[in-house]
Design a protein. Sequence first.
Length: 749
Amino acid sequence: MTTKPETRPNRARLMMGAAAVAMALGALAPPARAADPAPSGAADADAPMTEIDVVAKVMRVSPSNVPLEATEPTSIVPEGFLRDNIVPLSSFDDMVKFQPSVYAQSPNGPGLGKAETLSLRGFQDSQFNITFDGIPFGDATDLHHTSSALFVAHDMGQAEVDRGPGTASTIGKATFGGTLGFLSKTPSEDPGVTAYGTYGSWNTKGIGGEVDTGRTVLGRMFFDVQRTTSDGYLTGAEEQRTNYFFKDVLDIGERTTVTLVASKNHSFEYTTQGVTLADLAKYGDNWGLGDNPKAQSYYKYQPSRYTSDFDYIRVQSELTDSLKLDNTAYTNGFGHHYKESSDASDSNPKDVGVTVYNAAGKKVATYAGDIPGKEANANYRTFGDTLRLTDSLSFGDIKAGVWYDRQLDHRHSESYDWTQNILVTGKYGTPYTYRYRDLNTTWQPYAEFDWKVTPDLTLIPGVKVTSFTRDVDALYNKTKPPAPLNYSETYTEAQPSIAAHYTIQEGWTAYAQVAKGFLAPPIDVFQVAKIASIKPEETMNYQIGTAVQHGRWMVGADAYYIDFSNYISTSQVPGTTETTFVNGAGAIYKGLEMEAQYALTDALSLYANASLNHAQYKDNYVWVANTPQWMATTGVMYDSPEGLYFSAIGKVVGPFYGQDNTTDAKTGQPDFANAYRIHPVFTADVSVGWRLKDLGYHLVDVTPSLKIGNLFDTHRINGFAGTQSATGDALYWTTPGRSVFFNLSVTGW
């Protein structure tokens, strides 16, 4: 299926339209007025709450806050929302799924399993940054993230979705796609012990405990441990997870703070690969893995074990009255040991068989009924440091710093016979399909000037330089036949940016931004036969927007235009069936985004957001795959001073295509066309709970709550998962059915 050409609006027209939206928002804010005189003495506790207090109160539990100081489209998910609406055992994708232009879906249930889809404005995971406490991190191969193997909601204090490249001081390897930033929660000032648990759908059970020391001579510390088990929504997709988290914030004198964080995560799951329409009709909406050991889809043939850790020490110090230092030294690690059949989606017992070769590549045996597969290991360890210096002057702030990151990566994979539980020598004379080490080194210095032109206008010019080096040392590279490779490539690019922030009046600001983006090629381009030199992907990002917090309203609106060049796509090596990579012409991403909240009372509010996202390849008008063309969220939140809270939030994700190109059989070149259309999907979640305070007997807080996911029990295809190797049939992901989770948290001291 191909899309029809359509007229592409130019940047000026898009920006003029967004400016009109921003001007229209002025109707929400009254004319500027002189500031009210400051009250003398303490505020009257019985005085009526002002309108600006109302919106500030409901924002504490809002799905999203729009900060007035932002220089790009930004949505902040506050701790109150995470606490009241996200199940404590949830992965990070569940924390941001309601934000504008974000599409996240986990087929095994909300917060369970790994997110098979995580996109921002149509950019896919690995094309945007994810940070933890300000530290960028990602897989050594291409920056992707296994959400089920990382931190959990109970340990997080805030999530921030920055839909843009940021300024020069925004560090990371893929800033052009935006940043999902997650902050760990701040240790409590008061000592306490918290026990919490979750029980619900699909035999999901979670239990945890947290100890807070309060303020001591050794700092404010907390330690949290959590254990979760679940059968999962999909058949055969059982999972287990254990998380440990420690944080200590220590004040040294009046000018220096030291923060220590250490975390460890273990998880196990049986990995699914999607489902064909035939199996969906035959086995039902929740088909994942089977129980027939004669078929490749048998669940015990798909075990995956993950370990990860994240540790850092951060020093923040006021060196002088104007000069501030912020330095973080960190390490994080990730390990994935797994076995799997050759195609976990294949439930046909006829599609099996293992052929064995000798070291010379000569066929020696065929076992027709054996289950083919592989055993693999992937391990990387990252060491790095972020150094930031800020000098505050009368006319603005001068910022400079450098990010250094070094990843050591080891991976191998061998052919495996599940039936005989042995490694198998393939036709190239070795069990290895690949075995390599790679070393990734990133340097990213930056300089930025926040120039206060007037009290209301700030200009922020700056530049960062990214230097990324990948060294590959492969005993067996992923070519056919596997061959040694010793190779090094360095990519360096200057990325200038400029942003403007203007305060129109109290509670109403506007911003504009232009920035260059850069992303070095993934390791995939080194692991195939090269027919051309691959250039880094580059972008030019343009966006404007506005934010309002006034009266009972909170509003944010923006428009963006991104010119993406050197887009890396697959092609075929001429005269072979082997896949390689080439730089395509590129793509244009553009869109409009808006979110708003209205406080009906100081406890009850309405929230909504909507986004139009347009991503097409240049010159052929084909939609970039996995880019929802529009999304919208609406909800109602209630947070009573007496402790009762409630929310009902629904999100609809518009249509998109699962595929945007194939390889032409005759020419071996990319053939751009859309296929596998995914239709709109709507789901709604409900949360209700009651915070009971100071019950006596040292009970500081007791909170029972209920979380219902997919309230209307929608069963729809919501993602494309590739094609099945035996049949070539399309594979899909489906929406998890209705889930109900009961949570209980008890804090005492």
